[in-house]
Design a binder for this molecule. Structure first.
Ligand code: EPU
Length: 663
């Protein structure tokens, strides 16, 4: 770093140097200066700290010009190496306390730069430290909003992505400036550039025209995604002052909520400015803080993102959380999304990658939303643990709830065209979803067409979203018996069909008359029972097709008989199966012996891995004692299988469907 600064300072000596210095905004302002001087015909050379599309490269040599614009780096004291003609001081604040002892030490370095400046010093009058250091300098030129500034912005209007203001130069109105980079802080930066360029002889009209054309550096309020429903913005802000300014800008954009993902930068800064960070997020509705991006620093014990989250919460902020795993920040924020949200990623490390990934998924989610229409629901990264009876499972990349057959068909076609995997999920009562969740679209047909139950004579038509239990009770209400066994199954019709679920010695397809389904092209078909191949706990047609509804047939029966059977079914479940969270029976019953009995005989009841435990009530149930992971469940399943094979020579086969990616 020092070498590079020495080389830069040496090169600059062959030109008339202009140094832009300050804690915040120096890259943008250096770029703005180089751009305005270039447009003003001065052919400046420049060196700025980021790729700025409008400048082409971040460093540029032009032998025709006299000036060299450079961004000075105060972080390691190397600004003291410059001997420029002009210096523009944006702000001076406590920062880089890994390098400096205190504010005094920082000010000394700025004072040295000022002493070495042969021409003019331009400074921000509204920044109290810059004003204190520069006010008494002979020939220094001030700018700002405050009365008394040599170049003063008045009639300032800040809009979503732009600002407009008039410039007053010691009582003379120079005219209007339009800035297409947002935020009040950028009005300050532009004023500094106006002051400097004016002094170098560029006409105000030229300056104003070029400022209007100026575009941001990357990662400075960079818009990653913009739709009427969502706005995703990335910003490099990592100091409390920058964060406050950026959040103020974000708030002024006029979206409903501002959700922020923040990655603290450097352990030393996090520790030194812990308190200041605590009050930097007042303008954010939600803040997810992840762990520190160390840059080149070694960790400091006890200094993590948690201390910032705690500090923010300690100040009374109600929407802050800590998510140490960077790759889960996207999931956490993505799952909070509601129409009208602005999402802001903040930090100088790699948090922007999370926002980019979110933006990419949001593009797909918005198309899915369009496909399912107003009534349907689309959510990103929905935790599937919320939708399984076992309460285990990572997130669905895209969670989609269509309400109509038409929307479901549309969805199938969209996934096919976009090459997106599609997985259908009902009540999640027979599912073990791995901790990494499910990639692609998880369809949950519910509500609307899918929850309907209709009675026609002794036939009951039910949508795939209806519960098996509800069919049993609809039967009871209409005096139709034969479906009482369904009372004992926690799942929905869709899952019941897919698995040919059963209880009390009965199984789903004993009652099925017809099934309506959509094929891989989204075309609807209706098939009667005799056209369908069905096996024990398996209905293969639904491996590649998607059930929409089914017609069940019972028989007229006296109410007392139906009630008696329903009660028997309830009683059987209550006395032989656990009430704890489970996915029903884990294993298929082998021919030789029911799996529950086998596990029982092997003495495996109550054996556990973490929070996954074999139920003491029924050996074929694994229960979640609270917070179990899929990995624990799978390890326990493997143990049981290995024991059954070793001790009894029986190969157990899982009945629950195991899906998704490892965590
Ligand atoms: N048994 C034991 N110890 C146990 C569990 C069971 O000795 O810990 C004995 C029972 O006493 C009985 C036999 O094993 O003699 C069979 O048990 P149960 O009657 O409970 O039936 P199951 O075969 O284990 C089946 C279904 C269940 C359904 C019940 C009730 C399968 C794999 N399981 O269980 O379905 O609820 O019948 O009708 O077909 C499911 O599909 O998820 C499910 C739980």
């Amino acid at each position: 770093m020092v070498r590079r600064a020495e080389a830069l300072a040496a090169i600059m000596r062959s030109k008339r140097g202009i140094v832009i210095a300050g804690m915040h905004g120096k890259t943008t302002t250096s770029a703005m200066t180089a751009h305005v001087l270039r447009e003003g015909g001065l052919h400046p050379c420049h060196y700025v700290g980021a790729e700025i599309p409008i400048l082409g490269m971040n460093a540029h040599w032009d032998s025709r010009g006299e000036y060299f614009v450079a961004e000075g780096d105060e972080s390691d004291g190397t600004i003291a190496l410059f001997r420029p003609e002009h210096t523009l001081i944006l702000n001076i604040e406590e920062e880089h306390l890994d390098f400096y002892a205190d504010l005094d030490a920082i000010e000394k370095v700025f004072a040295q730069l000022i002493t070495q400046t042969t021409g003019r010093v331009f400074y921000n009058l509204d920044d109290k430290n810059a004003a204190r250091v520069c006010r008494s300098l002979a020939g220094a030129i001030s700018y700002g909003f405050a009365a008394g500034a040599d170049y003063r912005a008045i009639d300032i209007r800040l809009t979503a992505f732009a600002s407009t203001f008039r410039v007053d130069h010691r009582g003379q109105d120079l005219g209007e400036a339009v800035l297409n980079v947002p935020g009040q802080h950028n009005v300050h930066n532009a004023l500094g550039v106006i002051a400097l360029a004016s002094q170098l002889g560029v006409a105000f009209e030229k300056i104003a025209k070029s400022l209007a054309k100026f575009e941001h550096a990357r990662r400075r309020f960079e818009i990653k995604y913009d739709s009427p429903r969502f706005l995703l913005v990335d910003d490099y802000g990592h100091h409390p002052t920058e964060i406050r300014a950026t959040l103020k800008t974000a708030r002024s954009v006029g979206r409903k909520r501002v959700l922020t993902m923040f990655q603290p930068h450097r352990y030393s800064r996090t520790k030194a400015l812990q308190k200041e960070f605590g009050c930097a997020f007042d303008d954010a509705d939600r803040v997810v803080v992840t762990d520190i991006y160390g840059s080149h620093e070694a960790p400091i014990p006890g200094v993590t993102g948690q201390i910032i989250a705690d500090e923010i919460a300690g100040r009374g902020h109600r929407g802050v959380s800590y998510e140490p795993r960077l790759e889960w920040v996207q999931r956490t924020v993505g799952n909070m999304l509601e129409s009208g949200d602005l999402v802001l990623s903040l930090g100088a490390g790699n948090i922007h990658e999370q926002l980019s990934a979110l933006a990419a998924d949001l593009v797909v989610a918005e198309k899915l939303k369009e496909g399912v229409g107003e009534g349907g629901e689309v959510r990103l990264y929905e935790p599937l643990s919320k939708h399984t009876t076992l309460r285990v499972g990572g997130p669905a990349q895209f969670w989609v709830e269509p309400r109509t057959e038409k929307a479901f068909a549309e969805l199938i076609r969209f996934c096919r065209a976009e090459n997106l995997p599609l997985f259908v999920m009902g009540r999640g009562s027979n599912l073990l979803i791995r901790d990494g969740g499910v990639r692609g679209v998880v369809v949950h047909p519910c509500g609307g067409d899918f929850d309907k139950i209709e009675i026609n004579g002794a036939e009951i038509t039910a949508g795939v979203g209806a519960k098996l239990k509800e069919v049993a009770y609809a039967g009871k209400a209409a005096g139709i018996g034969g479906m009482e066994w369904m009372e004992g199954i926690p799942g929905a019709i869709g899952g019941g069909l897919r698995m040919n679920a059963g209880a009390m010695g009965a199984q789903t397809f004993e009652n099925v008359v017809r099934v309506r389904y959509l094929d891989a092209d989204g075309e609807a078909h209706t098939k009667s029972r005799d056209e369908l191949q069905v096996y024990y706990r398996n209905f293969p047609l639904l491996e590649k097709n998607f059930a929409v509804s089914a017609v069940f047939r019972g028989q007229r029966a006296p109410l007392e008989e139906i009630v008696r059977k329903l009660e028997a079914s309830q009683e059987k479940r209550r006395t032989s199966q656990p009430a704890a969270k489970s996915a029903g029976c884990i294993f298929k019953n082998p021919d030789s012996c029911p799996a529950g009995k086998l596990v029982d005989e092997l003495g495996l009841k109550n054996s556990r891995v973490g929070k996954a435990r074999v139920s003491e009530v029924h050996g074929n149930f694994i229960v979640n004692d609270g917070g179990a992971t899929a990995a624990e469940m799978l390890e326990l399943i493997e143990k049981i299988k290995a024991t059954a094979l070793a001790k009894r020579g029986i190969e157990l086969e899982t009945e629950v469907q195991i899906v998704g990616e490892p965590g």
